[in-house]
Write a protein of this length. Structure first.
Ligand code: SF4
Ligand code: MSK
Length: 680
């Protein structure tokens, strides 16, 4: 080949292997940064997704590597026949495609439940040291919430003295709550106490099905045992354990993480902030916090506000310190302090490409190893902080965080960022895009806004669902995935839902995507909602999409659903309520665990992109159809965003019909039409 041809070939190959920014993301700020990265020859996940195609066997759930006789690839025959289910399709040990797919699926549940629950355990340990006053940095902040959760952990809040009930000492309650909470991970007897926070009918169904978790760790360990070669080889029995572990996550580890964080750092209430890469400030020290645990980042917020630290930043030539966040640490700090959102999971490399990030501090989960390589091309200091989450690259600084010297560790990190401000070596290019948002909703604030003080419950929300102004509730959550256009599924699905009067509760990266798209403001109701939902949002002054927190805070959606049941008029169980779940761009094992605890709680749940079950159609049918008969909730997969939203709406309508409230909705629509005619 001539030299010239070789050069042409190289250029073509390079172009083919680089992402097209517009095809990669709907967000103009991200498109600008992908372009800049390519100009600077810095590779990002968007380029890697173009270069490396997914394996068709693994992605459909039918590759087993649980022993060294494999990996066994149980390819789906082109002439797949439902009647025979091709039982000759086997691994070396004879494992069927259903067994392999079910084992893989529940191992994902185990991975996700372990991640959430280990996060929860970390919070519980800090909580207990705070309750025992072993640390100055943390204090019990929200005593009202402490008193609310104590009874659910069998901790009495009153004692009998001389025949009268008197309030117990709050410090004593806090210590006992901490001790009881920690026991939930490994107690030898009984069951996870929070399971009883589900509606009575749901708890009884779980009891009947034998899926009430015993303790959090045990259910995860048992998955690893059962999926070892030669143990559980019945996909239905495997899913039973997957269900028990998912409940241990949603109604156990995740719910405890949320509650204890609220008690330690304060229960979120609505506040305003901004979202997208445009929150970075050229003339400030930019410290980006990324990961999931708020334990360290809460301390960073405290330290960064100290006058002497701000003065120190000024002494280095900066006008101040700008904190912002990526992924769920961002959501945690947003909902309690209004710290702005810098971006979603897929924007972590792009934030550094602005050249403006002086330090990125990471804790656990969803941190791409490549952020270290990108940081190496800029002046950015990448700081790992958690003993279980380190990186091999030499440019990574590790400052191990310990709750016993939390403020000192946080100060070290903030000073490192400040010291690095004068070292910026690339031209700073911060996209201008940022959107105003209102975030910080939760079970309590929804009750306040949509319940009213008179009833003190979800009465008004239920009333609006019954009269049809609100058609139903959508829980739309989850990640970004480089295999699909960044944020497109998230935003299109949510817009379609609110257009059809479905109020949306959101967490995780979906919440950040909605924030960037301007859907988290009360004003967006007028622009995007159907008439019924718009009227409710305008009356009470809330956005049609309620940001309820981080990934572990999906437990808030479960509790909100339980409150809806409690308020009455919409059935006896979550499976009766017009509600549907969705993860349009999921990618993590945590998303599978979340999806499955939604399903096990009675919620129809649709995922986008792909699901690792499609290579085993019989197992898939079990999850997509038969599960509804068992638990009232089931899985579904829909890649097209509009069809995805309409599947959710169809389910919501099915539930409305079963409750006999479908007619009420028609009446409201006629009222609206009449009103429009009158106005015309
Ligand atoms: Fe193959 Fe069975 Fe080993 Fe899996 S457990 S890799 S199916 S032999
Ligand atoms: S951060 S788990 S990418 S939502 Fe919670 Fe986003 Fe998914 Fe991580």
């Amino acid at each position: 080949m001539s030299e010239e041809k070789k050069i042409v070939k190289k250029v073509v190959e390079k172009a083919e292997k680089a992402a097209d920014p517009v095809a990669a993301t709907i967000d103009p700020a991200s498109q600008q940064m992908i372009r800049r990265a390519q100009e600077l020859n810095v590779e990002t996940c968007f380029d890697r997704a173009v270069k490396m195609k997914p394996c068709n066997i693994g992605s459909t759930g039918i590759c087993c590597k649980n022993c060294s006789m494999g990996p066994c690839r149980l390819t789906l025959p082109k002439d797949y026949d439902e009647a025979t289910d091709h039982t000759t399709r086997k691994g070396i040990c004879g494992a069927s495609a259903n067994t392999v797919a079910a084992r893989n699926f529940i191992r994902m549940i185990a991975g996700g439940a372990a991640a959430h629950s280990d996060h929860g355990r970390g919070v519980a340990e800090v909580f207990l040291s705070a309750a025992r006053k072993e640390t100055d940095a943390y204090r019990i902040k929200d005593t009202r919430k402490l008193l609310e959760i104590a009874p659910a952990l069998d901790v009495p809040i009153q004692v009998e003295v001389d025949g009268k009930m008197v309030d117990r000492d709050i410090d004593e309650i806090a210590v006992e709550v901490g001790e009881k909470a920690i026991e939930e991970w490994g107690k030898p007897h009984g069951e996870v106490l929070y399971a009883k926070r589900a509606p009575k009918a749901r708890y009884e169904l779980w009891k009947k099905m034998g899926v009430v978790p015993r303790n959090i760790d045990r259910e995860i360990v048992e998955i690893m045992h059962r999926t070892h070669i030669g143990v559980d080889q019945d996909y239905k029995n495997l899913m039973k354990q997957g269900t028990r572990a998912a409940i241990a996550d949603g109604w156990g580890g995740s719910m405890l993480a949320t509650d204890l964080q609220d008690v330690l750092f304060g229960t979120p209430y609505p506040l305003s902030s901004e979202a997208n890469l445009g929150v970075l400030r050229e003339d400030h020290v930019n410290l980006v916090i990324h990961g999931h645990e708020p334990i360290l980042s809460e301390m960073i917020v405290v330290v960064a506000q100290r006058p002497e630290i701000v003065e120190y930043a000024k002494s280095k030539g900066a006008k101040g310190i700008q904190l912002s966040g990526i992924c769920c640490t961002a959501n945690e700090l947003l909902q309690r302090h209004g710290v702005p959102l810098c971006g979603t999971f897929l924007q972590q490399e792009l934030a550094i490409i602005t050249g403006a990030v002086d330090a990125m501090v990471v804790d656990i989960q969803c941190i791409m190893q490549n952020v270290a390589n990108v940081a190496n091309c800029f002046h950015t200091k990448l700081i790992t902080t958690h003993p279980i989450a380190r990186m091999e690259q030499e440019n990574v600084v590790h400052i191990e965080f310990d709750e016993h010297h939390a403020l000192e560790d946080a100060e070290k990190i903030v000073r490192l960022a400040i010291d690095n401000y004068p070292n910026r070596r690339n031209e700073v290019m911060i996209p201008k895009q940022k959107s105003p948002i209102v975030a910080g909703f939760g079970v309590e604030s929804i009750e306040y806004h949509l319940g009213g003080t008179f009833r003190g419950s979800y009465y008004t929300l239920n009333d609006n669902i019954i009269n049809g102004r609100i058609r139903g509730i959508g829980g739309v959550v989850g990640c970004n995935n480089a295999r699909t256009r960044h944020n497109e599924g998230h935003v299109e699905i949510v817009k379609e839902l609110i257009k059809n009067d479905v109020i949306v509760l959101t967490t995780g990266c979906n919440a950040i995507a909605c924030a960037m798209a301007g859907l988290l403001t009360p004003e967006s109701a007028k622009v995007y909602c159907g008439p019924g939902l718009a009227e409710v949002c305008e009356t009470v002054g809330i956005p049609p999409v309620l940001h309820v927190g981080s990934c572990v805070d999906n437990s808030r959606i479960l509790l909100a659903a339980a409150e809806v049941v409690k308020a009455g008029g919409l059935g006896n169980d979550i499976s009766d309520v017009p509600v549907a779940g969705s993860a349009p761009e999921w990618m993590s094992e945590k998303a599978i665990s979340i999806g499955h605890y939604f399903v096990a709680s009675g919620v129809y749940t649709v995922f986008g992109v792909t699901l690792p079950v499609t290579g085993a159609p019989k197992f898939q049918r079990y999850l997509f159809e038969e599960f509804e008969k068992l638990y009232g909730g089931m899985w579904d997969l829909e890649v097209d965003p509009i069809a995805h939203a309409h599947k959710m709406i169809a389910h919501i309508d099915k539930k409305r019909k079963a409750l006999g409230i479908d007619k009420a909705r028609e009446r409201v629509l006629m009222d609206m039409a009449d009103r429009q005619r009158l106005e015309a």
